[in-house]
Design a protein around this ligand. Sequence first.
Ligand SMILES: Nc1nc2c(ncn2[C@@H]2O[C@H](COP(=O)(O)OP(=O)(O)OP(=O)(O)O)[C@@H](O)[C@H]2O)c(=O)[nH]1
Length: 394
Amino acid sequence: MDYDYQNASNDSDFVTETLDDQVLSDKPRILLMGLQRSGKSSIQRVVFGKMPPNDTLYLESTTKIQKEDITRSFIDFQIWDFPGQVDFFDEMAYDPQDIFGTVGALIFVIDAQDDYNEALHKLFTTVTSAYRVNPNITFEVLIHKVDGLSDDYKIDTQRDVQQRMSDALADAQLEYIHLTYYLTSIYDNSIYEAFSKIIQKLIRELPTLENLLNVLCSNSGIDKAYLFDTLTKIYIATDSSPVDMQSYELCSDMIDVCIDVECIYGSAQGSSPHNLSILDTTGRNNNVMDGQQTPVSLDDIRDPDNESLEQRSVQQQHRLQNSETEASSLIKLDNGDVLYMREVNRLLVLICLLRQDNFEKHGLIDYNFHCFKEAVTEVFEFSRKRSTQQQQHD
Ligand SMILES: Nc1nc2c(ncn2[C@@H]2O[C@H](COP(=O)(O)OP(=O)(O)OP(=O)(O)O)[C@@H](O)[C@H]2O)c(=O)[nH]1
C-alpha cells in the first residue's frame, strides 16, 4: 500500500452547529420525520456528526425540532430533526408554510424492525399535507434498521411498504406524488448510499458533473470515479457506469483511512478548512491552468505523433508539483486494481478505481484531473454568480 497524502480535514472539523431560531439562514432544508425511536437523530448524528453507530444507543429522545446547519461540507443545507411524538400538521400550533415552504427533501424514516402500520399512516398524512403546501419537495422514505433482517425479508418489507403506500395514494387520487424508497442502516454504508442519492437530486449541477466525470474516465482509463463530500462521505456525483456497492464501499473506506493517516502523520499546516470552500479555489491555481486545457486521452498519449502533447503533460506535471498543495493518495489492491484519490478542494475529493496498467500513465491522469478540477470550479463559480444575480433580481 503506497501513500502520498499531505493535507486533509481534521477530526475536530467534523462538527455541525445547532442553530437557534434567531440565527437560521436561508439554506435549503432537509427534514427528517418519522415516528419516535425510528432512528432519525441517529442518522443525523452518524452521517453529519461522525458519531460512531454504537453511540446512538444512548441518544435521548428529541423533544423539539433540532435545526442543524451543516458547515464545512459541500452540502450546504440545514437538517431539521423532528421529534416523533409531535403533530406538525396541527395548524393551531405550527404554520405548515414555515416548515415546508422552502424544503428541498422530506426524509421519512420507518423502523423496519418494528410493526410499521402506524408509521405508514403517518407517512401518508405527512406526504399529502406537505405536498399541499409545497409540491416541489422530493419525498424520500428510509426503510431503516434493516441490519437485523435477512435479505429476503428486506425485499419483502420494501415491496409491502411500497405497495401499501401506492394503494393509499391511488385511493386518495394522489398517485402523482412520487416517493423513493431506500433500505438503510447506520451500521453499514447503505445510509451514505441513500443520502448520496437524496442529495444528488438537490444538486442543480449534477448532469454537468456527471458529464465531466464521464469524460475524465474515458480519457484516463478509469473504471469508476466518485466525487465525494469529504466531511460526510456522501458522493455528490459519479460517472454513468453502474454503481456497485463493493467499489463504493472501497472508495468510501479510503476516505476514512486517509483521514486517519493524516491525523496521525499529516502536518497541521493549512489543515483548517474554515476559510476554504469550492469558491475559494478559483484563484488558487490560476497560474497553473491558464484556463485552456482540454482532457488528453490514452490514445493520444500512446500515439508517437503526439509527443508534444506528452511533453506538455510532463511540463504541466512539474508545474503542478511545484504549486499544488492538495492531498492525494494511492492504494494498490491485491487484485491488481488501484484506488487513486485526489483532492478537488477542501470540501470535495475525487476517488477513482482503475486497473494498475492504466495507472502507469498517471501523469496523464493527473493532467486530466486538473482539467476536471478547473471545470468543476468553473461550474460552481457560474452557479454561484447565477444565484447571486437571481437574489439581486428578487
Ligand atoms: N439496529 C439499528 N438500530 C438503530 C439504527 N438507527 C438507529 N438505531 C437505534 O434506534 C434507537 C432510536 O434512535 P433515535 O435516533 O433516538 O430515534 P429518533 O427517531 O430520533 O427518536 P425520537 O427522538 O424519539 O423521535 C437508538 O437506540 C438507535 O441506536 C439502525 O440502523 N439499526
